[in-house]
Design a protein around this ligand. Sequence first.
Ligand code: GLY
Length: 342
Amino acid sequence: MKTFFLICVALVSTPLADAQEISPADHPVDSMTKVKFALAIHGGAGTIERGKITAQREQEYRAGLESSLKAGYEILKNGGSSLDATEAAVRVLEDDPHFNAGKGAVFTSAGTNELDAAVMDGKTLRAGAVAVLQHIRNPVSLARMVMEDSPHVMLSGEGAEKFAVEHGVKLVDQKYFFTQERWDALQRMKAAEKNRHAASTITDQDRHGTVGAVALDQQGNLAAATSTGGTTNKLPGRVGDSPIIGSGTYANNATCAVSATGDGEYFIRATVGHDISALMEYRGMKLAEAAQTVLDKVAKLGGAGGLIAIDQNGQITLPFNTAGMYRGQIDADGKFAIEIYK
Ligand code: GLY
């Protein structure tokens, strides 16, 4: 995996005539056709401070982000759609127990795992979302099925899982989602409820986390995808911002694609994704300013978190108001980066 990015680094500033290798350098350089594509991902925002995370652990997070970027990048490089790229990037993070989505989902107050996800296609404004899933390994793919194979935008709970089975998706046992780390976080949260002192040991990472991807493909189409286990100790049935179109997930070719992470209740109330798009569409604001403006609105309400967003030119912004956010990008100039801290 390391090799992939070492190759990228080596080639990124080299004008490539025949880029057969995996390299961002082959994607944006044709000034005649202006073919470009770009991708950003996140693996959650929170109290992620340098020095509080071991080198080994940091390496594991970076490896997960790298695999996710690579999955999406391969699709975009080969002319695939932003929808395919964002779904593929998110699936990798859903399968990685380090991130709060799919396999690494946090626990509800009842000790169960309930997952939410959404996708949105910026070209058609079609969207699909799923909520309160208990037996779906890759919620992001089911969200896509809801968009493409049902007349609806959102399905939840048992109905969503029945739809999944009818469309050939295999259910997994709740045991699949068990990780000791998430279980321990639930116990800490429960202890904190009883004991004010214990509250100081609770981190944002204990409380939430989410994964997501946004992309611009070579056809000029934007897409967004988000997936989450929600928040630790949430009430069963609680739905966060991730599957709410216009809050945690939004894409519109006229403006931008957005995927958010953080305290879902605040991101819902601030209608984050659509607000960013609306500032661009109606006020003519640039992406970065619009994204920061809306994140400031979340903070004013009392919410912590971050977001990733991309526009029609492949410009990317990744603001957050926490100590860190797991994030990565390959921008329209072929530059890639994986970062964790501020
Ligand atoms: N941002 C994810 C959630 O609150 O569920």
